[in-house]
Design a protein. Structure first.
Length: 214
């Protein structure tokens, strides 16, 4: 269902109630920006096929709430979202954490074009958008937290991003089912702490895997 046929008040009430259930307190202005983001995503999706979620009502749990479910696990001031796609989880997390600096990285031009447009229209000042393959990305500074949402297998995530992680930093891998095999395949000098997540409106397993070097 397109945004044109869904009352804005309905989406706002759903988001507010779901945030309250999940214990994530955000100001009305931030909630309005989150909704403005999915309206932009819904609009661009018709042309650029940025997400498989076509019903804007489902974008609230599938994109906004799912992204924000890892908010409390962020540490430090510099955050990298690898394979951000349409800006997920980076844009929702950046809106919720204006005191942190985010880099949203993706190799596809159509996706980074949308993310750049969204960041500009929403007036998000703590986001830098980068079009690059992770293997080619060479920032001047490292990151305290590096996030991936359905980016790749965890051993490949570690291999591609460990060099970008500051001492004492962490990698956060967002997963569905408990990733037993992926944890077993991790390099021996990395350890994993896994926690289950409950996302309002999503009736499926969700996990966050916190990766750190030993």
């Amino acid at each position: 269902m397109s945004s044109a046929s869904v009352p804005a008040e309905q989406l706002a009430k759903t988001l507010a109630a779901s945030l309250q259930r999940s214990g994530c307190e955000l100001t009305d202005d931030i909630q309005s920006s989150l909704l403005a983001y999915i309206h932009l995503l819904d609009k661009w999706n018709k042309t650029y096929n940025l997400t498989a979620v076509r019903d804007i009502r489902q974008m609230v749990p599938q994109h906004l709430l799912d992204s924000l479910s890892i908010n409390r696990y962020l540490q430090g001031e510099r955050i990298l979202d690898v394979g951000t796609g349409a800006g997920l989880p980076g844009i929702p997390l950046a809106l919720a954490n204006p005191d942190k600096q985010f880099v949203l990285l993706d190799s596809a031009l159509k996706r980074t074009r949308f993310v750049t447009q969204a960041v500009g229209e929403l007036g998000v000042t703590n986001v830098t958008v980068v079009q690059s393959r992770i293997e080619d990305y060479a920032p001047e500074k490292g990151f305290d937290t590096i996030v991936s949402r359905a980016f790749t297998a965890m051993k490949d995530f570690v291999s591609a991003t460990a060099r970008l992680c500051n001492p004492g930093g962490q990698l956060l891998a967002m997963k569905g089912r408990f990733p037993t095999q992926e944890i077993n395949d991790l390099p021996g000098n990395w350890q994993a702490q896994t926690e289950s997540l409950e996302v309002p409106g999503i009736d499926a397993e969700r996990h966050i895997v916190i990766l750190s070097s030993k």
